[in-house]
Design a protein around this ligand. Structure first.
Ligand code: ADP
Ligand code: MG
Length: 691
């Protein structure tokens, strides 16, 4: 372990390496590009590329790739060798500035939602110099943005960078009103990652896990998570070895993996890194997911990142901790101690509250997928209704601002923003409301709705864009103010009053909240297709346009891509269900009941009435016939899928999923009745309680 500091970041072409191997002026030019987002001149790019290549080759790399994040949830890479032929059939290792800056992978196989006609298949990847290059599998990976020939964005990284830029721009304007000149405001993010580990041997026997990432069948195990004995419990040795190796791999890539522990469900774990800038956090989280899968494989395990691999126990999510910080390290969501710091904090807090209220739909959309639909509202994850938790102390402050009454605690006078200091806001982590989708946790917000397999760029694009838009309005108003403090007081009170409906400190899992939220007029979009339809609402398109993040065409294409992904996911699940029913479950039921029937007949021949066997055969035969009917219904449901995309999404949710569930309920019941040796796949107990 003493080697950790040397190991950390050893596979990253980071700041210290750059400083070491680049000429001073090149280093300075590159730093400037990274800080200011300016473009890099070609001569400098050549020098950087060459230094990168030398560094990578020395570390054993043979290939390079532009590593990017297309609109599918994964990351993409196309490997090119460094080799370049010279005379006599020899080669040299070469890598030019041009290759560093721009790549041209064929874009035709990545989803574009109509942004790129197939005949115009060219897509460009462009180096994102704000994220460091790294070596993975003997390949130098260059983090890049991906767009079409016409400049339409085809990835998740570009809009994320744009949203960070937007929020920085507006936050700087606001800070200037408080007398602070800063170069940049960065979005900081720390994503906590949940996952399951199961044994590879079991995994290979489950077509549902292989093809869909979740179990489509499986009766509840006699033991689940009811004893709460897994959370923070001692970690099995095999898993411990996995975690140790995972940490090592992550550290080499400069990823601040900090905390590893067991989660609530058996077989479930979590990794939390130390927060960093949003774009690095996104790259790191994508890498973390990839490495979790790979390292698991080396330990005879499979890492499941699906949001709901198992019915009846908790699914997996990703807590996206989010804040804003200046380049001098001031956290803008830190309440501070002086009245003026408090005023600034309250203004940023108000911007976030207003943003979440006005763009509830976008936050919901940023976490919408077939997998996550199983979690949201499932009494284990926040509901599909978006609300903000601020804790009792802040809630009291906000109420006193709204009502213009005295802030009672400690005999304080009324909250006069910019004059009165806030009471201390505890950063206590123990009794925070875990049921809230968007919770203030002392100096940051924790967005708890993202699913475990998500690219966190999606959520952070929405949060940044919406917050930037509110800050822009605030700055517009305050810059015109004759009396800053009075206008500030007025603005904060007005906006908190207008958006207080989004504040909710109670139990988000309760049915009462669903009713109360409806009364308050909050959106409740329980399914992905319902949520996605709001993507292109005019107010959303206007906001994205104002902040320079997406054009209407780009959001329309995203809506289509995600709707299609949803419809296809459910279709694949339905087809996999049918395959398992026809070739595994129904045959097993028939085989077992036939075996019993033969026993009944044989016993009858020698004059024994096999009462028990007969009863079981009758039940099995009856249940199997019911299963057959449910199976036929599912076949029919799949066959009737409508043509247009939006209809198909809704149909999958309303017709196909219920048909799958009906078949599953019967199959799961049969699992309890069929002898274990006949059951054709590992059960929940086998999957979750391995050693
Ligand atoms: P938990 O929510 O499980 O109690 P912690 O409170 O320890 O966990 O932190 C959760 C995550 O929040 C960590 O990844 C941490 O680095 C991150 N975090 C802390 N401060 C900030 C910040 N200012 N901005 C973004 N993320 C932060
Ligand atoms: Mg958390």
């Amino acid at each position: 372990m003493s080697k950790v500091p040397e190991m950390f970041g050893s596979m990253v072409f980071g700041d210290s390496v750059m400083r070491e191997c680049l000429p001073k002026d090149v280093y300075r030019a590159l730093k400037h590009t990274m800080m200011e987002g300016t473009s890099l001149n070609p001569q400098i790019a050549d020098v950087v590329a060459n230094a990168m290549k030398d560094w990578a080759v020395e570390k054993g790399a043979t290939h390079f790739t532009h590593w990017f994040q297309p609109l599918t949830g994964i990351t993409a890479e196309k490997h090119d060798a460094f080799i370049s032929p010279v005379n006599d059939g020899k080669i040299i290792m070469e890598f030019s500035g041009k290759e560093l800056i721009k790549g041209e992978p064929d874009a035709s196989s990545f989803p574009s939602g109509g942004l790129r006609a197939t005949f115009e298949a060219r897509g460009y990847t462009m180096w994102d110099p704000t994220s460091y290059a790294f070596i993975k599998d003997d390949t130098l990976c260059i983090p890049t943005a991906f767009c079409s020939y016409n400049g339409d964005i085809l990835d998740k990284k570009t809009p994320l960078l744009r949203s960070m830029e937007a929020v920085s721009r507006q936050a700087r304007r606001v800070l200037e009103l408080f007398g602070k000149k800063v170069v940049r405001v960065t979005t900081t993010v720390g994503p906590e990652q949940e996952y399951f580990l199961i044994s590879k041997e079991d995994y290979q026997k489950r077509p549902d896990l292989i093809l869909t990432g979740r179990t489509l069948f499986g009766a509840k195990a006699p033991k689940g998570q009811e004893l709460d004995d897994h959370y923070f419990g001692s970690i099995r040795p095999r898993v411990k070895r996995f975690m140790a190796e995972l940490d090592e791999e992550l550290w080499k890539l400069g990823i601040y993996s900090k905390t590893e522990h067991n989660e609530v469900a058996p077989g479930q774990h979590e990794m939390a890194p130390v927060f960093t800038t949003a774009n690095l956090a996104t790259d790191h989280n994508q890498l973390t997911m990839e490495l979790m899968r790979r390292v698991a494989d080396r330990h005879g395990l499979v890492c499941l990142l699906h949001e709901k691999p198992f019915e009846g126990v908790n699914g997996s999510g990703k807590h996206n901790n989010w804040s804003l910080s200046t380049d001098d390290g001031e956290n803008l969501l830190e309440p501070g101690t002086t009245p003026m710091e408090n005023a600034q904090f309250l203004l940023f807090l108000t911007a976030v509250i207003k943003a979440v209220d006005e763009y509830q739909d976008l936050l919901r959309i940023s976490v919408a997928s077939a997998g996550n639909d199983h979690r949201l509202g499932g009494n284990e994850a926040p509901p599909a209704i978006v609300s903000v938790y601020v804790g009792d102390e802040l809630e009291a402050v906000i109420q006193s601002i709204i009502e213009g009454t005295d802030y009672k605690q400690g005999g304080k006078r009324s909250m006069d923003i910019g004059v009165t200091a806030l009471p201390p806001i505890p950063q206590d982590t123990s009794d925070r409301n875990r049921t809230s989708p968007f919770a203030f946790t002392g100096n940051k917000f924790e967005f708890r709705m993202p699913g475990s397999s998500f690219n966190i760029a999606c959520a952070n694009i929405m949060i940044n864009a919406a917050v930037a838009d509110e800050l822009m309005q605030f700055a517009d108003e305050l810059e015109q103010a004759v009396d800053f403090e009075t206008t500030l007081n007025h603005l904060i009170r007005r906006e908190l009053t207008a958006h207080s409906r989004i504040l909710f400190n109670g139990n988000g899992y309760s049915d009462e909240w669903t009713i109360e939220a409806a009364r308050r007029g909050l959106l409740n979009l329980p399914s992905t297709p319902e949520a996605l339809l709001h993507y292109t609402d005019q107010k959303n398109a206007d906001m994205f346009a104002r902040q320079g993040i997406y054009s209407m065409q780009e959001i329309r294409s995203r809506q289509d891509i995600f709707m299609e992904e949803y419809a296809k996911t459910i279709h694949i699940e339905a087809m996999t269900s049918l395959d398992m029913l026809d070739r595994m479950i129904i045959p097993a039921c028939i085989e077992y009941s036939s075996e019993l029937a033969r026993g009944v007949a044989t016993k009858a021949q020698i004059g024994i009435e096999a009462k028990a066997e007969k009863a079981v055969v009758e039940q099995l035969t009856e249940k199997t016939a019911q299963l057959m009917t449910a199976r036929d219904d599912l076949v029919e449901a799949v066959a009737r899928e409508p043509g247009t995309l939006n209809e198909r999404g809704i149909y999958q949710h309303e017709v196909v999923i219920p048909a799958m569930n009906r078949a599953r309920a019967i199959a799961d019941d049969l699992e309890h009745r069929v002898a274990k040796k006949y059951w054709p796949m590992p059960t929940y107990a086998d999957l979750m309680f391995y050693v």
